[in-house]
Design a protein around this ligand. Structure first.
Ligand SMILES: [Zn+2]
Length: 266
């Protein structure tokens, strides 16, 4: 039930997005997101009007795919160059993005470990999330399917599917089947075998299908192994490049806060 509510929320948000972007376009010749090309007379002697997508329509389409992939809206406008970590991690992340197709073909994901403290973003705790979503955005730009979910939300879906399989299983299947899945806030869970088994099934299934995971956690590998067991960790470690981020306050200053750039003097 709730998921069909989510679906209609997404559809409404897409409508709203269209209204926010397309009518406000200032680009010359833009009519409802399209620009008419110079008229050409074809061989048949008739006029065949054609048009191409305006920039505004391309932006709309990009944001629409972010909505569908559940990418938090606060990150949509953050540009890659606004994101820095430590030099070694920066280098490794940019290599990963350059080799995204190969990474996907081999099912190689990323595992972001450690604390968010003092890095990337002035708001505590979103640094790694921002990185994870940027990787999804690159994947989407390369026409891969992607989804962002916190472990907590994933487990909520799993619990609900116990009572209402017809509604929730298709949703879970869709999420588990995307090319790039970013699972955020992987951490301590109340120790129930049901949830752990489900998580293990998901990781195992995605590994067998060679689908790519971007896993984000504040834990270290030992804590993860203690939490989820050796067998899942073995799969995760064999299909991910682990990146332990070491941020510092110097880098934090390089981040341009979009809210500050609005410059309202508030
Ligand atoms: Zn336009």
């Amino acid at each position: 039930m709730e998921e069909s509510a989510r679906e209609s929320r997404v559809l409404q948000a897409i409508d709203k997005l269209h209204g926010l972007i397309i009518p406000k376009c200032k680009i010359k010749g833009c009519e409802n997101g399209f620009i008419r090309d110079a008229a050409k007379v074809n061989l048949d002697g008739l006029l065949h009007p054609t048009s191409h997508k305006c920039e505004c329509f391309q932006t709309y389409e990009r944001y629409k795919s972010y909505l569908i992939s559940n990418i938090p809206r606060e990150f949509w406008k953050v540009k890659d160059e606004q994101i820095t970590t430590d030099p070694d991690s920066d280098r490794r992340i940019s290599i990963y993005l350059e080799k995204l197709t190969q990474a996907f073909e081999n099912g190689i994901g990323l595992l972001f470990l450690g604390s968010d403290e003092g890095m990337l973003h002035p708001n505590n705790g979103v640094g790694k999330t921002l990185l994870g979503t940027k990787i999804l955005e690159h994947a989407i730009a390369s026409d891969y399917s992607a989804h962002y979910i916190t472990m907590h939300s994933y487990f909520n879906l799993v619990y609900r599917s116990k009572d209402d399989a017809d509604t929730y299983l298709p949703v879970i299947d869709e999420i588990e089947g995307v090319d790039f899945l970013c699972i955020d806030e992987v951490g301590k869970i109340n120790d129930t075998d049901y949830v752990k088994n489900k998580f293990e099934d998901m990781i195992r299934y995605r590994s067998q299908q060679m689908l790519t995971n971007i896993i984000i956690t504040n834990m270290n590998t030992k804590e993860l192994t203690d939490m989820f067991g050796y067998s899942i960790m073995d799969i995760i470690m064999n299909s991910s490049v682990a990146i332990k981020l070491r941020g510092n306050s110097h880098r934090q200053q390089k981040f341009v806060d979009i809210r500050k750039r609005l410059n309202w003097g508030l």
